[in-house]
Ligand binder design. Structure first.
Ligand SMILES: [Zn+2]
Length: 244
C-alpha cells in the first residue's frame, strides 16, 4: 500500500514494541538498532542520507521546525529514502517542557504543520525533547498529538565540539562511544544538523560497516504504524494540505 503522498509505506510496528504511552522509549523493543539523527535538516543531511542509502540502512530523523522551513527539500529527500520522522520542536527550546501546556502544544503542532507543508500526510509518530529535558507535560502533549517520546541509550556526544573539536578526535570519540555502547535494541543519538557535523559523517563511514558486518546488527527505522499514518493524513486533510 502506498501513502497518499506516493511515498513508500513505512514498516509496521513490531509485535513486542515497548513504546508504552506516557513514557519515553530508550530502546527499540526488538533486537533492531535505531540510528537517530537530530537537529536537522542541515548541512550534513544529504551526506548522511548518501551514506545510509549506500548501506541500505533506514534511520530516524528528529527535525527542527524552523530548519524544515528553510530546507523542505531535505525533508522530502529524507522521506523519499524511506526514513522515519520525529518532531524535535520548532527552535530547539531546551525549556519547552516547562512552559504552559498550550505553548508546548502549539510548538509541537507548528513543527508538525511545517513538516506536512514539506511532505503532505507523512507520518510523524515520534517526539524527542531538546536535550532530553523531558517533562511529564511534554510527553503527555506529544502523546495527545499521536507521538511517542523517544530517548536514547547510546550518546556519542557528537554535538559537543567544545570538548572534542571537529576532526579526528571527535571522529574517534564517536566511533569508540558507539562501539562500546551499542547492543541489540539500542537507540543511538547522533546529529546531522545544529553545527559542524562533518565528524559525524566521517564516523558513520566507519560505523555503518562495523555495525552491519562485524556486529551483525539489524539497523531499523522506528516503526510508523498505519493507524498513526492515517490519523496524520486525516489531520492534514482537515487543514486542506493534501492534494485531494
Ligand atoms: Zn537536539
Amino acid at each position: 500500500m502506498k501513502a497518499a503522498s506516493g511515498l513508500p509505506e513505512p514498516a509496521e510496528p513490531p509485535a513486542n514494541a515497548t513504546f508504552a504511552p506516557g513514557v519515553t522509549a530508550k530502546t527499540t523493543g526488538t533486537d533492531g538498532v535505531a540510528l537517530t539523527f537530530d537537529d536537522g535538516p542541515g548541512d550534513q543531511t544529504m551526506a548522511i542520507l548518501n551514506l545510509l542509502r549506500a548501506s541500505g540502512v533506514k534511520a530516524t530523523f528528529c527535525l527542527i521546525g524552523s530548519n524544515v522551513r528553510e530546507h523542505p527539500e531535505l525533508v522530502q529527500a529524507i522521506v523519499r529514502d524511506g526514513h522515519t520522522l520525529c518532531n524535535h520542536t520548532w527552535m530547539h527550546d531546551l525549556q519547552l517542557g516547562q512552559r504552559p501546556t498550550d505553548v508546548i502544544r502549539s510548538d509541537m503542532q507548528r513543527t508538525n504543520d511545517e513538516i506536512h507543508r514539506a511532505v503532505p500526510g507523512v507520518a510523524i509518530k515520534y517526539f524527542r525533547h531538546p536535550g532530553g529535558a523531558w517533562t511529564a507535560a511534554a510527553v503527555s502533549v506529544a502523546e495527545e498529538l499521536g507521538m511517542t517520546s523517544i530517548d536514547w541509550d547510546v550518546d556519542p556526544l557528537d554535538w559537543d565540539t567544545g570538548s572534542y573539536g571537529v576532526g579526528p578526535g571527535m571522529v574517534n570519540h564517536i566511533i569508540d562511544s558507539v562501539k562500546q555502547g551499542v547492543q541489540p535494541g539500542s537507540i543511538i543519538l547522533s546529529h546531522d544538523g545544529g553545527g559542524d557535523r562533518t565528524s559525524t559523517v566521517a564516523a558513520y563511514q566507519t560505523l555503518l560497516p562495523y555495525l552491519l558486518q562485524e556486529r551483525h546488527l539489524r539497523l531499523v527505522p522506528l516503526p510508523t504504524g498505519r493507524m498513526v499514518q492515517q490519523s496524520a493524513q486525516q489531520s492534514a486533510q482537515q487543514r486542506g494540505r493534501l492534494p485531494n
